[in-house]
Write a protein that binds this ligand. Structure first.
Ligand SMILES: [Zn+2]
Length: 268
């Protein structure tokens, strides 16, 4: 899935180049994405999605965590996978994801065919991009694709109770896609020399009051980017409530206020 999102974001493939000195060739190899399920390639380098999720404080000051690694060598990636902190994070993730959940299936390469699983993510990703209601339409689209010849989706029907179409599985697909899309943005924000928060209140269909949070930031190419960051539920629109919500958001995404230049809201 990570490679799906990466390819969908049209990142250009890395060009291999001769390493200096030794008889080794460096350069990002897309096959690593299959071998190392935790690996995510961003414009700033390679990161470990699992360590980024579980490491806190000073422990994050390592390549593949706060600092994306640009050491595009198999031995560097393997070394991270064998590190004690990474192994510990993998164990935490597995503990967190007990039972027959989708992340566990991804991590452990369980008994579902790769193509079927990737197809699920491709379908869900396109539904999100086209703003198609996913809970109600996912199963129907999956059946349509199977009717159109994508026979590998048969692998999803493990038994009468397991068909990878439940709301729980759909929510897990969403969570994984969200993580994969969010991580590169968070890295960009952490590296940005100047960024701002743009907020506006809205109410969803269940009449829950929410704060839509977008960010405007200077990217590594000194270009200004504006993008959606998160939706945060709030109990009211008071200044104190909104401030608390923003502070919690910064904490949750491990974002520093160091280079935060402004906060703009429609009511300000
Ligand atoms: Zn790791």
């Amino acid at each position: 899935m990570k490679e799906l999102v990466n390819s969908s974001c049209s990142e250009s493939p890395s060009k291999k180049k001769k390493d200096v000195g030794k008889h080794r060739v460096s350069g990002f190899d897309p096959k690593w994405m299959e071998t190392f399920q935790w690996l995510l390639r961003t414009s700033a380098g390679m990161v470990c999605t699992v360590c980024r999720k579980h490491l806190v404080g000073a422990a994050r000051a390592h390549p593949f965590v706060n600092e994306p690694s640009i050491n595009y060598r198999l031995d560097a990636v393997s070394r991270h996978e064998k590190s004690s902190s990474h192994i510990s994070c993998i164990e935490k993730e597995q503990t967190l994801r007990t039972g027959k959940t989708l992340p566990k299936i991804v991590c452990e390469r369980a008994d579902i065919e790769h193509w079927a699983l990737e197809g699920c993510f491709r379908l869900m990703y396109q539904m999100l991009r086209q703003e198609v209601p996913h809970h109600t339409n996912y199963k129907g689209f999956l059946e349509l694709m199977e009717d159109c010849g994508c026979k590998y989706f048969e692998a999803l029907r493990v038994d009468s109770n397991t068909n990878y179409c439940s709301h729980r599985i759909i929510d897990e697909l969403l969570a994984i896609i969200n993580d994969s899309v969010l991580q590169p943005l968070l890295i960009d924000l952490q590296k940005s020399r100047a960024w701002s928060i743009l907020i506006d209140e809205s109410t969803d269909i269940s009449v829950t009051q929410e704060l839509a949070i977008c960010v405007m930031f200077l990217n590594q190419h000194s270009k200004v980017e504006t993008t959606f960051l998160d939706m945060v539920p709030v109990t009211n629109g008071k200044g104190e409530t909104v401030t608390d919500a923003i502070l919690q958001l910064l904490q949750r995404h491990d974002l520093s206020m160091k280079n935060l230049r402004s906060i703009a809201s429609d009511g300000a």
